[in-house]
Write a protein that binds this ligand. Sequence first.
Ligand code: NDP
Length: 310
Amino acid sequence: MEHISLLIIGSGPAGYTAAIYAGRAGLKPVVLEGLQPGGQLTITTEVENFPGFPDGIDANMLMDDMRRQAERFGAEIRSISVIRADLGKRPMQVWTDDENEIQADSIIIATGASAKYLGLSDEQKYMGQGVSACATCDGFFYRKKTVAVVGGGDTACEEALYLAGLAAKVYMIVRKPFLRASQIMQQRVADNQKIEVLYETNTLGLYGDNGVEGAHLVYKKGQEEERIYDLPIDGFFLAIGHTPNSQLFQPWVKTDETGYIITEGDTPRTGIDGLFAAGDVADPRYRQAIVAAASGAKAAIEAEKYLQSL
Ligand code: NDP
């Protein structure tokens, strides 16, 4: 069985940054890329808020560059996924989908989080062409346009408020007759002239020949007053929650009720020797590429210290 000193699981900004730092420290990290090489950024188009790129950068190019940078310092990147883990024994052990077993003295979990979608086929069809799950990433492209945000929680309100600063009009599509968000967020939404909340409304599909041009909506579905209508919009933003990809590790790490890994204070330490968590899998709050990259750097530094102590 293979035995390595540092295994990095995940290949978003956190995983690759951890690999760059660990590679430069001579740790020869192995990165398991998982099902979405490059992570969530690869489903957006252009990244304009990552420092160092004054003219913006194509998201896939940014992730390819991070990957090459990690390889340049000796990281070995494999296109495989972890299917099982035992983090209770030493060395820790994972099983991969190419039927291998890897033992590792230290592991950085950087598996990210996945935005939830409604499950409509149109979401796939218009992905990156009007459908987004990140207003901070893509909102800028909707300046002076009309957009809709699906969801009634704090994230949806935050996204709607952010978009209202850019777009001409923001609809919130909320399936219940009320918002689930905190009072303060509800108040901010109510005070914003550009935001209109469509309560008791569900999305049936999207339409448009050139990207999203509108949504098919249903008001009071299944009730006497049911009304199906089309809402012209340019952008359709999902804000119905995220699922952290922590399932495989939950028997060992502490998580909050949603599954985000709880780390010690402002560090990537999980409380288990040699095991660290970086990026969105441990970040219910910011969920930004630059924040994930920074936490990947911290995790590599912590892993290096840990490995030196062995
Ligand atoms: P939430 O689970 O709180 O809200 C999800 C929203 O999406 C709900 O309105 C829910 O509707 C709706 N929804 C879920 N599934 C569907 C569906 N299939 N179709 C239509 N609507 C759907 O998630 P958030 O991401 O908003 O928040 C997660 C946590 O993070 C919360 O604890 C929140 O308070 C916190 N947070 C705090 C912030 C802050 O403090 N500024 C900012 C962002 C998040 P329904 O109500 O009907 O279930």
